[in-house]
Design a protein around this ligand. Sequence first.
Ligand code: NDP
Ligand code: GDR
Length: 344
Amino acid sequence: MNTAIITGITGQDGAYLTELLLNKGYTVYGTYRRTSSVNFWRLEELGVDKHPNLHLVEYDLTDVTSAIRLLETSDATEVYNLAAQSFVGVSFDQPITTAEITGVGPLNLLEAIRIVNPKIRFYQASTSEMFGKVQAIPQKEDTPFYPRSPYGVAKLYAHWMTINYRESYDIFGSSGILFNHESPLRGREFVTRKITDTIAKIKLGKHDVLELGNMDAKRDWGFAKEYVEGMYLMLQADKPDTYVLATNRTETVRDFVTMACKAADINVEWTGSNEQERGIDAATGKTIVAVNPKFYRPAEVDLLIGNPEKAKQDLGWEPKTSLEDLCRMMVEADLRRNQSGFSF
Ligand code: NDP
Ligand code: GDR
């Protein structure tokens, strides 16, 4: 039986990957940080939190000794490093914490693998944020990097460390450069879920105005459940490598709001520009979307669109869910949760 470690099991991708690997018969050691309140709602929503083959282990990415103990006690053959300080906005306020967790954290795991068992396969959750300022369209594995946030810089360090350990010590380290992927399990601070949750509340009369930052930003959004399959495939390949996972379609934040409104049966009309831009509910004439500059970032990534051709060729991976279907799935989940008064 295969055994895998998944760091960051309380996050969106950690939950979906846990479900996938348990369904494949794996024993999973899922790591979480000790906090004053438990945070397993995603595992509960997927119905896997009490699975007999799931072992929950306390672990902090910044502690190399606990990385060594984790590898020794679990006897895992695969490690999926999904843990990170993953919010770009916060990385501007906490650049050093972000560097320690998101940049050096993966190095702790690579060192632990080198010490305990160099045969362990390692997946690093790299990101399209490493491309940052547009150098080419669409972005692919050989597009030059130009990160625009402390988060992007930290991820780039971990990405190159994964490649360096591959080349220096023959460690099976693969890096997935994943473009934005969303789901009903997405954290509410990220823009898509903030939009679907707030539009659901507005629809139910529980909220008035959705406040956003830069609505011109363009992102390539896919469905998280499909992206974790790509992570799994990368560690089953004959050799370690770097792969882009993306949909090759890009839309603005504003387009996503319009899509979410449509899914909630609201007809939104746009008026004004820049900080004066507003979205009006055509049926009531009320402002339901407004710009709040506090959500602007000191440096922005304007346009992301990825070419996943290499993953299709080598791994047989392809995105399947359209953005419209993904957005509808998220709005429906948030309508249900807000109706029941139980929303994370
Ligand atoms: P989430 O923010 O939902 O989850 C992050 C996880 O990391 C949480 O479980 C969190 O724990 C954990 N974590 C944070 N700090 C530490 C620490 N010091 N020690 C141990 N665990 C820690 O992220 P996603 O699931 O969306 O993303 C998974 C990974 O993929 C991340 O590394 C992210 O940067 C990367 N990525 C994500 C993309 C996306 O669009 N979702 C795209 C490209 C890359 P806690 O619950 O306690 O905070
Ligand atoms: P991103 O995702 O920064 O791409 O990182 P996020 O959803 O936070 O932002 C996407 C774009 O929307 C703009 N935006 C807002 N964003 C947030 N969060 N809140 C707002 O109110 C708002 N208004 C406009 C942002 O400026 C940005 O341009 C995500 C994370 O999952 C990373 O961990 C991952 O690596 C990348 O995706 C790929």
